[in-house]
Design a protein around this ligand. Structure first.
Ligand code: ADP
Length: 571
């Protein structure tokens, strides 16, 4: 039967305890024995020798003081008679008593026999002391030998214990730690081989079962997962779009072939790298990480060919926690080319249409002239219709041409110093007739001493006309429209405010988009006017904005930079 670790520990400690008791006990026993032997020697023999010595001295002094000498001998002889310890001592003491009695009766009797007897008594006890001393010496030697042997055995056992015990506890723990590390590194073949049946043995069994289960799980899924991984990698690599995957700490997880080609980096330079670090030396990566990029197509020149990409960034969420981001660069070169072809086509067509429309306009004007011939009422109405429709057609072609120019980046600015009041007056003049028809009044609030602006007169006037015509179009009859120009820091702020139906909050963000019209707008239009206005104003470093409340009216604002010339009275 195998002992548990706890039992082994208890047994080890009990053994050490026993060793201490044994050595201590033996030491105490032998010390007691030696002490007893020396006490015996003192009591049994040393005292007898002292008695004999006192009696001898008394004999030597007998001539001087007989009475005292006899009493001393008597006294010591009595003590000796009570201290018989050695073999032969009893008989000798009796002989001494007999001789002493004889000496007391016959004062002439010599003391030589008594002296001899006392010498013999001393000898017996001296021999006994020597013998007992030898015995004590032997006891001490034995004690030393026993304690030495037991001590040596204990030292060997305890030393073995000290050497082996830490290893006995620590080795399995070390093996276990090592094996857990292997498991963490996905080496599921790792097993523990503890032979014992103690707690470590049980631990090893449990560990091996766990490793086996993990191994089974890994093997059952691994091939499948690897296959799927390969397939997804192949799909991602064969896509025309560039794809870069980042984790939540912006570490690059993967980049497909297109992405590495566009970035001009090898996969090895990207995978596992911190994306902002890569961005330090890579412009495209910097652009991709910028959350504000992606509103306009990104132009990339690679292998001498221009390509256009749309950036899309998708946040990956798992269990409601963001775990990373996938950046997609969609190749839109083909669409861009088609779009450009379309824009060029529209530009050409609208440009070409302008001349015949202008000619129709002129011809219809001529038709109205009596010199060409008198028209009846019906013909006059028809000519009026032709004039109005050709006017509208001209406006539409003008707008389409403008937007085509904007899209192809062909805005030509002719910047000059213009007075804000002149811009306003130009637009008001252009729309005077329509305003009169609707009985709408224009209220102009423009200081006489406003600084001039640095602007393209033609384009700015076009914007003002567009804003004013929109305001007019959406104003109720007999209302007023406020047109303002005021100084705002480095800029002049223009505004056109109407009291019409206003624009719903949800459409305000899209109002400057191309072709956008508020759903339900019955009045005709192309949805291009505000988009062109935005481009024209922004091309002149200005900004355009809107404030509108549904049912109360709208106000459109735009800014233009002051010309920087000293203030001159507006003309
Ligand atoms: P268009 O007027 O040719 O439709 P715009 O770009 O000038 O194109 O205007 C876009 C849309 O914005 C219009 O269709 C209209 O719905 C809305 N809009 C513009 N100005 C106003 C205004 N002053 N009041 C109400 N809606 C307006």
């Amino acid at each position: 039967m195998q002992l548990r670790v706890k039992t082994k520990l208890n047994a080890g400690l009990a053994f050490l305890f026993l060793v201490i008791i044994l050595i201590g006990g033996m030491g105490a026993l032998y010390i007691y024995r030696i002490s007893k032997q020396s006490k015996d020697v003192l009591k049994d023999n040393y005292e007898t020798i002292q008695y004999a010595k006192s009696m001898m001295q008394a004999i030597d002094n007998i001539q001087l003081d007989t009475v005292t000498a006899f009493s001393t001998i008597e006294e010591n002889l009595k003590k000796q008679e009570n201290n018989i310890t050695e073999a032969g001592e009893q008989g000798l003491t009796m002989e001494i008593r007999k001789e002493f009695t004889a000496l007391k009766l016959n004062k002439e009797r010599p003391f030589s026999l008594l002296k001899q007897q006392l010498y013999r008594l001393s000898d017996i006890n001296m021999n006994a002391i020597v013998r007992k001393n030898n015995a004590a010496q032997r006891t001490a030697d034995r004690a030393l030998a026993y304690i030495g042997i037991i001590g040596a055995i204990c030292v060997i056992v305890v030393f073995t214990f000290i050497i082996n015990f830490p290893g006995y506890i620590a080795d399995p723990i070390k093996n276990l730690t090592e094996s857990i590390k292997q498991i963490a590194a996905k080496n599921y073949n790792q097993r523990l081989h503890f032979k014992s049946n103690d707690e470590f043995g049980e631990l090893a069994k449990a560990f091996n079962v766990m490793a086996e289960e993990l191994d089974k799980y890994e093997n059952s899924n691994l091939a499948k997962i690897m296959f799927e991984k390969k397939r997804i990698e192949t799909i991602i690599n064969n896509m025309r779009d560039a794809i870069i995957g980042l984790n939540e700490k912006k570490i690059i997880l993967f980049a497909n072939v297109q992405a590495t080609a566009l970035l001009g980096l090898k996969e090895i330079d990207l995978a596992g790298k911190y994306a902002p670090d890569v961005a330090l030396s890579n412009d495209l990566m910097r652009l991709l990480l910028n959350p504000n990029s992606g509103t306009t197509p990104i132009k990339i020149v690679a292998d001498g060919k221009e390509s256009y990409f749309n950036k899309e960034s998708v946040e990956i969420v798992s269990n409601e926690k963001p775990i990373g981001e996938v950046i997609l660069l969609k190749n839109i070169t083909r669409f861009q080319e088609l779009d450009l072809a379309k824009t060029n086509f529209i530009a050409t067509i609208s440009h070409e249409l302008k001349t015949p429309i202008a000619s129709i306009k002129l011809s219809s004007k001529l038709l109205e002239d009596d010199r060409v011939g008198q028209l009846n009422e019906e013909q006059q109405q028809l000519v009026k219709n032709i004039k109005e429709e050709s006017e509208r057609l001209l406006k539409i072609t003008g707008e389409v041409l403008n937007i085509a120019q904007v899209e192809t980046g062909k805005i030509q600015l002719n910047l000059q110093t213009v007075s804000p009041k002149k811009i306003i007056e130009y637009a008001v003049e252009a729309l005077k007739f329509q305003a009169e028809q609707k009985e709408v009044s224009f209220k102009i609030e423009c200081g006489e001493h406003l600084p001039s602006v640095n602007a393209d007169m033609e384009k700015t006037a076009w914007v003002m006309v567009n804003l004013l015509s929109n305001a007019l179009r959406y104003s109720p009859e007999k209302e007023s429209i406020i047109i303002k120009a005021e100084e705002k820091g480095e800029n002049i702020l223009f505004s056109v405010q109407d009291f019409g139906k206003g624009i719903d909050q949800q459409y305000q963000g899209k109002i400057f988009d191309k072709y956008f019209r508020v759903p339900g707008s019955k009045k005709e239009g192309t949805g291009l006017g505000l988009a062109i206005s935005k481009e024209f104003i922004e091309a002149q470093n200005g900004t355009i904005s809107l404030e509108s409340t549904q049912g109360k009216g709208s106000a459109f604002f735009f800014t233009l930079e002051k010309s920087g010339l000293p203030k001159t009275p507006a003309t």
